[in-house]
Design a binder for this molecule. Structure first.
Ligand code: PMP
Length: 400
């Protein structure tokens, strides 16, 4: 009965790793997937995560019962506090409904399903370009997806004028997906003044912000700094949604732990919203898993562990920044034509190199360097040892 099923294409991002794994050449580098690697090119489990796991394993009171549909209560409270700030009025006024979800992707999907069912506008504007899964998540939830201008290839920076024009022309009430920090794939974020202008425009048109926060702490090294965009919007008392992921900032990729927060106008509305989100989750996966959220709650609850986490997080962010500097210098040293300052100006895990599809294909074929075809490279996948090979490849691709 399934013989007519056509073969689906490989996911464009995860497919890069499949191709990398199939390449026997030892000089190969995988800059496709956004997962942190050490200087030695190894995946990293944070010390503080190992400690939290030890505590959990040694606690005989822990059982494997189902948890509530909305997840672990402590985890939800602490996650809202992490993104909104300890003194957030929205939290104090109990106006935030937070639901533990399956990492960032699951949080986006649950939020999208809720909006499709309960929000009057069925259109969501997403930046052009954006993370490749965004349009798929929102389309599958039944929202219609439109793009707003975001990146200007000429300046390799923000197309702020285009952004304001497109959001200004969006229908009243439209949902707008915003990357809270470290925009993926471009590494280009609005300045705080620009965020303020975006906020004013969006509120004046009743556009509904849906923040995707997949990199809190990864962009600047500071959890508070990277949450500023979200906090600016919450401070004005208006509504928004936030999808949080602990994949990158706690290195909990495969644990699939994240949270959806819906900031409402009143405690009464928030509790009704929560009751409806439960109806979204129950038929999808019933309730979320325990382990990852228990690790997060253990760390966020203890001031010692929290501090240790921020130190390790800063180390990861600093290593990424140092890779930017090293790659920039290596390219300068080779005299590669063009302005490459965007490598050090962009922030977060990725550099949007500006290399085109043909150049990317050339680098893969001749240098065994793997990246997405839009020229995005994960700086977290680089090390001092691999920077020269990448710089050689980029130089060859640009000058051939
Ligand atoms: N949003 C953005 C912008 C991302 O880059 C990612 C991860 N690549 C995610 C969401 C979701 O990741 P996860 O589901 O692993 O938390």
């Amino acid at each position: 009965v399934f013989s007519n099923v056509a073969r689906a294409p490989e996911d464009p991002i995860l497919g890069v790793t499949v191709a990398y794994n199939n390449d026997p050449n030892p000089v190969k580098i995988n800059l496709g997937v956004g997962a942190y690697r050490t200087e030695e090119g190894k995946p990293l489990v944070l010390d503080v995560v190992r400690k939290a796991e030890q505590l959990l394993v040694n606690d005989p009171s822990r059982v494997k019962e189902y948890i509530p549909i909305v997840g672990i209560a402590d985890f939800n409270k602490l996650s809202a506090k992490l993104i909104l700030g300890a003194d957030s009025p929205a939290i104090k006024e109990n106006r935030v409904a937070t639901i533990q979800c399956l990492s960032g992707t699951g949080s986006l999907r649950v939020g999208a399903e809720f909006l499709k069912k309960h929000y009057h506008q069925g259109v969501i504007y997403i930046p052009k370009p954006t993370w490749g899964n965004h349009p798929k998540v929102f389309n599958l939830a039944g929202l219609s997806v439109e793009y707003f201008r975001y990146y200007d290839p000429a300046t390799r920076g923000l197309d702020f004028k285009g952004l304001l024009e497109d959001l200004g022309a969006a229908p009243s009430g439209a949902i707008v997906l915003l990357h809270a920090c470290a925009h993926n794939p471009t590494g280009v974020d609005p300045t705080s003044e620009q965020w303020e202008q975006i906020r004013q425009l969006m509120r004046s048109k009743s556009l509904l912000p849906f923040f995707d926060s997949a990199y809190q702490g990864f962009a600047s090294g500071s959890l508070d700094t990277d949450a500023q965009s979200v906090r600016t919007f919450v401070a004005d008392g208006g509504e928004c949604l936030i999808a949080q992921s602990y994949a990158k900032n706690m290195g909990l990729y495969g644990e699939r732990v994240g949270a959806l927060s819906i900031v409402c106008k009143s405690a009464d509305v928030a509790s009704k919203v929560e009751s409806q989100v439960k109806l979204v989750v129950r038929p999808m996966y019933s309730s979320p898993p325990i382990h990852g959220a228990s690790i997060v709650a253990t760390i966020l609850k203890s001031s010692d562990m929290y501090n240790n986490w921020t130190i390790e997080l800063k180390e990861m962010a600093d290593r990424i920044k140092s890779m930017r500097q090293q790659l920039f210098e290596a390219i300068q040293a080779r005299g590669t034509p063009g302005d490459w300052t965007h490598i050090i100006k962009q922030i977060g895990m990725f550099t949007f190199t500006g290399l085109n599809k043909e150049q990317v294909e050339f680098m893969t074929k001749e240098f065994h360097i793997y990246m997405t075809s839009d020229g995005r490279i994960s700086m977290a996948g680089l090390s001092s040892k691999t920077v020269p090979h990448l710089a050689d490849a980029m130089h060859a691709a640009v000058t051939r």
